[in-house]
Design a protein around this ligand. Structure first.
Ligand SMILES: O=C(O)CCC(=O)C(=O)O
Length: 254
């Protein structure tokens, strides 16, 4: 493994870690160009169902300047697009993930969160692992790569450090954290402001959210969700399309 300067102990305590400048300008430019094309809706290799429009725009309650800037997110695109697939296999990212999850790694899912200018909506407080990740144990880490500068103003991620240590949290409790956040009464929450090219890494059980983008600036973040290849897959085996990205698969595991 390459020498990655990272504080795995800090990740163990907080459940989140930022690695500044992990992606270089060429890598960011390639992702942005591809995101632009896929978000235009013209890329035939990406099924339209993978592109989700902001709900308020879809209902006609808000208006976006163009189709790309109406999109909330694009999902599972590394499974059909070579540029996003190459990012998901980026050795610099996998070195960090390996330091946190061990040597055998699979990509379970990916999502390009578009958070478009003015209409980008809030993502409520949630844990990732219970939301469609059928694995046991929940050994899962997400790399969130900033394609644009992500600030409080344009809707960066917010984390509740340490909450990954509580295991699966009842969804009623998610809602109570959400209400406290909306009331401005959640002092433990921390903004994860990033420059384009920075990556944050978060545990599958940490509570996190993001605020609306009311600014005129984009805030795209490409999340690749990795799991240990030693986890058991608890879903319908026919739906298991996790991709081995480093190390080995294990009999009876995902
Ligand atoms: O980018 C966002 O607004 C939400 C991201 C998120 O929830 C995730 O990466 O798990």
């Amino acid at each position: 493994m390459a020498d990655v300067p990272l504080d795995a102990d800090r990740f163990g305590q907080d459940g989140v870690l930022v690695v500044p400048g992990l992606l270089d300008e060429a890598e960011i430019a390639a992702l942005r160009a591809r995101a632009e094309w896929v978000a235009s809706g013209q890329a035939e290799h990406v099924a339209a169902a993978r592109l989700q429009v902001e709900p308020r725009v879809a209902r006609g309650e808000e208006h976006a300047d163009n189709y790309a800037d109406s999109l909330r997110k694009m999902s599972h695109i590394a499974f059909c697009d070579e540029v996003f697939a190459a990012h998901a296999r980026n050795e610099k990212i996998l070195d960090v993930i390996e330091a946190l999850l061990g040597p055998d790694l699979k990509l379970y899912q990916d999502q390009l969160f578009m958070k478009p200018p003015r209409v980008g909506s809030r993502q409520r407080y949630h844990q990732d692992a219970p939301l469609g990740f059928h694995i046991d144990p929940p050994d899962m880490v997400t790399c969130w790569a900033a394609l644009d500068d992500a600030t409080i103003d344009n809707g960066c991620l917010w984390m509740l450090p340490g909450t990954h240590c509580y295991g699966y949290i009842d969804q009623d409790e998610w809602h109570s954290y959400e209400e406290q956040a909306l009331a401005g009464d959640l002092p433990a929450e921390r903004p994860i402001e990033l420059k384009a090219g920075d990556c944050s890494f978060h545990h599958g059980l940490i509570l996190h959210s993001s605020r609306p983008n009311r600014s005129a600036r984009r805030r795209r973040g490409y999340a690749t969700h990795y799991v240990s290849a030693r986890c058991r897959y608890t879903g319908n085996p026919e739906h298991n399309d996790a991709l081995l990205v480093r190390g080995h698969s294990h009999e009876g595991c995902i």
